[in-house]
Design a binder for this molecule. Structure first.
Ligand SMILES: O=P(O)(O)OC[C@H]1O[C@H](OP(=O)(O)OP(=O)(O)O)[C@H](O)[C@@H]1O
Ligand code: HPA
Ligand SMILES: [Mg+2]
Length: 165
């Protein structure tokens, strides 16, 4: 996305709760997930939390980069593909995990690799929402989600004086 009007900062505590809520939903849908495929880098953190909750130890990565500058998306680049072993059966029984879906481009690309897999994200924006099977919280398209691994403790200007509301 390129027009950002609101910010949605997420603390580690909040992220852990939301990822765990996602794990609860996934555990109730199936108890025999074959493996998790996480989309790096953002998917690594929820994948670790979810894997612990649902008892999955087989974890694969698909490495994709697209946002080069804050809120500016470029071409999607696949830096590492999914191992052929996990591509069997079109991904049936595989859980794909990412931190969020925004425009849905990343999710759309990974879905072509594993059409029968279940796609889960912690957060979703409206354009990406149809591409995911399970998510926890939706934010508006003009909101930028700030993840805890991108944040530090700094002075906060009063809301009335800030540019991001
Ligand atoms: O729905 P989309 O518009 O495609 O955007 C969502 C993707 O963008 C971010 O990844 P990014 O490419 O920034 O890489 P990162 O995970 O390494 O931060 C995020 O982690 C998702 O994977
Ligand atoms: O809202 C966002 N926050 C962080 N990374 C992102 N990548 C795409 N959209 C976002
Ligand atoms: Mg990502």
């Amino acid at each position: 996305m390129s027009t950002v009007e609101k910010s949605f900062p997420v603390s580690w505590d909040q992220f852990h709760r939301d990822a765990r809520a996602l794990a609860w939903r996934l555990a109730s849908q199936r108890d025999d997930w074959r493996a998790i495929v996480c989309i790096t880098r953002g998917g690594l953190v929820p994948a670790a939390i979810i894997a612990r909750e649902i008892g999955t130890r087989l974890i694969e990565t698909v490495c994709i980069a697209s946002y080069h500058e804050y809120s500016e998306q470029g071409e999607l680049r696949v830096l590492k593909e999914i191992s052929p072993e996990l591509l069997k059966d079109e991904g049936d029984g595989i859980l794909i995990v990412d931190d969020l879906t925004d425009t849905g481009k990343t999710a759309g690309l990974v879905r072509t690799m594993l059409p029968k897999a279940h796609f889960a994200t912690v957060y979703a924006k409206p354009k990406g929402r149809p591409l995911v099977d399970t998510f926890i919280t939706e934010v508006s398209q003009d909101t930028w989600i700030f993840f805890p691994w991108d944040l530090g403790l700094t002075f906060q200007a009063p809301i009335s004086k800030s540019t991001l509301g």
